[in-house]
Design a protein. Structure first.
Length: 384
């Protein structure tokens, strides 16, 4: 068991203060959007006093680090843990299945795109299901709302500019066709539509669906004329309280609007964006992977009768547990990454204070946590 130093990602939507405060570091004027804890080759965490990259440490002895079953199944650490601090909305995006990721990666490799090229969508061959657990209140858009409910929302926005959307929403396979229509608009047409809709939302500021109409105004203030402002009207709005979590499968269209959370995912950085971003937007591939079936997001809330909350995720790559430690707790063997977000907790022979993390290899068969604080444990799901 060794202390783990994560890698900070400075994306423009990130908070300038949340992650520096968590890590006890000075604010430097940049947005600190994400803290990566894992072994992704583009940004592996550093382990121990000699600061070895975690992916290299695992490669030296996969069986001891991961255990034979995990090593045989995945060949490396199958999950990536992040702290995400969103001061502004992230892009509207979806992630591919494994089959789609492999095909997309090979296509971009054949085209000669560097893995870290800004116009690259598939940076590895893996899928990216993810689980987000809120540390603060966290607002998100996830999955398509039922068309009839979206029609009700659109009826509260008084503009004829939305008539094409209203007409498309009553057709079979409405959402897939409507998303394609929105994302295929020219820049001028998108700006005209968004301006009309934003103006109508500003004229209708109260009553039913007022939160969604205000969201449109806020999104446009950050991304003026972006077609993603209209796409956002099709998606479910979810407000998570601390400890609440949602799981997002491959193909789920989503955007994180604001808040701080712990995010656990398969070990991938494949993102297909459709708007609300200055980064690469890949409409054709997004439309290929997106799941246009309407759904109701399932929010998982923390246990009321236990200090331990196990969040459900239907994938083998990862599992997440939130522990409010107030007495000694025994945990199973790794591989695992444990992150302290509040208080001070002893994990084995390491002391975790707020913002610190530890790598727990499979060779550490029993781990005991004690002290007072909140710890997230990221581990592997059911293998085999």
């Amino acid at each position: 068991m060794q202390m783990l130093e994560g890698v900070v990602k400075n994306y423009d939507w990130g908070s300038h203060t949340v992650i520096p405060d968590l890590l006890g570091r000075p604010v430097d004027g940049r947005p600190w959007a994400e803290l990566w804890l894992g072994a992704h080759p583009l940004a592996p965490s550093l382990v121990g006093c000699d600061a070895r990259p975690l992916d290299q440490l695992i490669a030296e002895d996969p069986s001891a680090s991961l255990g034979p079953e995990v090593s045989d199944e995945f060949g490396g650490l199958p999950f990536l843990l992040k702290v995400i601090a969103a001061a502004e909305p992230l892009s509207i995006q979806a992630h591919p299945s494994i089959q789609q990721a492999v095909a997309g990666f090979e296509t971009e490799e054949a085209a000669g795109l560097a893995v870290d090229a800004p116009n690259r969508s598939f940076r590895d061959r893996n899928h990216k299901p993810e689980l987000l657990c809120a540390i603060t209140r966290f607002d998100a858009l996830c999955g398509f709302r039922e068309p009839e409910s979206t029609l009700q929302l659109l009826r509260t926005i008084p503009t004829d500019a939305l008539d094409p959307l209203r007409e498309l929403l009553v057709r079979p396979d409405a959402l897939e066709g409507l998303l394609g229509w929105i994302l295929s608009l020219s820049a001028d047409d998108a700006t005209t539509l968004v301006d009309d809709v934003v103006g109508a939302c500003q004229r209708s500021s109260s009553g039913e669906w007022s939160t969604e109409r205000q969201m449109v105004v806020d999104l446009d203030s950050r991304h003026p004329g972006d077609a993603g402002v209209i796409t956002a009207l099709l998606l479910n709005h979810v407000a998570l309280e601390p400890g609440d979590a949602i799981f997002l499968a491959a193909g789920s269209l989503h955007s994180y609007l604001r808040g701080t959370g712990v995010e656990l995912m398969a070990n991938s950085d494949n993102v297909l964006r459709g708007g609300l971003t200055t980064k690469h937007v890949d409409v054709p591939n997004l439309l290929e992977v997106v799941d246009a079936v309407p759904s109701v997001p399932r929010v998982q809330s923390p246990s009321s009768d236990s200090s331990t909350t196990r969040y459900e995720s239907p994938v083998a790559e990862f599992s997440l547990r939130r522990l409010v430690v107030d007495e000694e707790v025994s945990l199973e063997a790794g591989p695992a990454i444990m992150l302290c977000t509040e208080g001070c907790v002893d994990v084995g022979d390491q002391t975790l204070d707020r913002g610190s993390a530890v790598w727990v290899p499979a060779s550490d068969e029993v781990v005991v946590a004690s002290g007072h604080g909140t710890v997230f444990r990221a581990g592997v799901g059911q293998v085999g």
